[in-house]
Design a protein around this ligand. Structure first.
Ligand code: TTP
Ligand code: MN
Ligand code: MN
Ligand code: MN
Length: 334
């Protein structure tokens, strides 16, 4: 009876987009363990398994207190057998054998090193590993021909694997702002991605560009890119996003930047779609499809029942269309 009285099970809604998840939460050790297994699955090109671990981690991040016993997890969504075994291992032993052996494994380490090259995904890394290539030195010695993105990625490997700080993000924001207003006065630049969610470091800096007059943003990206090239800021660029900016601080360093241009009529959808987190976005689309028969993208929201697009001028309006409580960016850290 005492035990029953002591155990108060938590309750969490099914979809991550229904939860408020701040950067700081009460279950870092457990969430980190599950996130590492998610990362390993994603690096192994097993996205389904990756999402399952990400969803489990996002449930733990939403809990109001630290988990101390398995009984507290009764009835929680998204916790499959595998995730529960990992959690139990951490609660019982302080660490999970599977997580620790994954971290130490040659394969995981090689996948991390090789996918750390910009332009190298899980499939390419796996192919190289099957040829015995585990390090950058072995890759260079192998004589493999790298595409332009990968060559640039290898050349700036250390810079691009160094986390970007908020201060660097702000400095780059000023450069982008200058470029954008130089080629199109009145255009607006918004910081998106992890920094908009309040993160203090990121793997890149994400910007969304628009102009308050519909249509004025047309053809803007190539103009912004050539301005940046002329000023000597751009090291490498690929179509509409994934550019590298060289920030002109001392010493110079390369930073990954995602630039996206959106017509103002789509701005709210682009803002919501590029703010993340990736799991939050995935869950929003899953909620829209399964619960509301709607299709959400970073361009629009389509209502299948009404057979029409739903307009929105703000993120708040999109949440309202979806029948969801508004979650501010700082609480989208699923
Ligand atoms: P990322 O820059 O990959 O992630 P992040 O900013 O959350 O984290 P980090 O600090 O490591 O950079 O992606 C930002 C958001 O953009 C994320 O929600 C996914 C979203 N996004 C894409 O990455 N690609 C796309 O094509 C679209 C539409 C959105
Ligand atoms: Mn980012
Ligand atoms: Mn990005
Ligand atoms: Mn698109």
């Amino acid at each position: 009876q005492i035990n029953e009285a002591e155990v108060v099970a938590f309750s969490v809604p099914s979809y991550a987009c229904q939860r408020r998840i701040a950067l700081d939460h009460h279950n870092t050790v457990l969430a980190d363990a599950l996130s590492l297994l998610a990362e390993n699955a994603e690096l192994s090109d097993e996205d389904g398994r990756g999402v399952a671990f990400r969803r489990a981690a996002a449930v733990l991040k939403a809990l109001p207190r630290q988990v101390t016993s398995m009984a507290q997890l009764k009835g929680l969504p998204c916790l499959g057998g595998h995730s529960l075994r990992v959690i139990k291992d951490v609660l019982d032993n302080g660490a999970s054998d599977e997580v620790e052996s994954t971290k130490r494994s040659e394969r995981y380490k090689a996948l991390k090193v090789l996918t750390g090259i910009f332009g190298v995904g899980a499939k390419t890394a796996a192919r190289w590993i099957s040829e015995g290539i585990h390090t950058l030195q072995q890759l260079q010695a192998s004589g493999h021909t790298l595409n332009r993105a990968q060559q640039a990625g290898l050349e700036h490997y250390d810079d691009l694997n160094q986390p970007v700080t908020k201060a660097e993000a702000d400095a780059i924001g000023e450069i982008v702002e200058k470029a954008v207003v130089s080629v199109l006065p009145g255009a607006q630049v918004t910081l998106t991605g992890g920094f908009r969610r309040g993160k203090l470091a990121g793997h890149d800096v994400d910007f969304l560009i628009t102009h308050p007059e519909e249509g004025r943003e047309e053809g803007l990206m190539p103009k912004v890119v050539s301005w940046l090239v002329k000023q000597g800021f751009l090291l490498y660029q690929k179509t509409t996003r994934n550019s590298y900016l060289e920030s002109k601080d001392d010493p110079q360093s390369a930073v990954r930047v995602d630039l996206v241009v959106s017509p103002v009529s789509q701005f709210a959808f682009a803002l919501l779609g590029w703010t993340g987190s990736k799991l939050f976005e995935r869950e929003l689309r899953r909620w829209a499809g399964y619960e509301k028969a709607m299709s959400l993208s970073s361009h629009a929201l389509y209502d299948n029942n009404q057979g029409r697009y739903l307009r929105a001028a703000s993120e708040e309006e999109i949440f309202a269309h979806l029948g969801l409580e508004y979650i501010p960016p700082s609480e989208r850290n699923a």
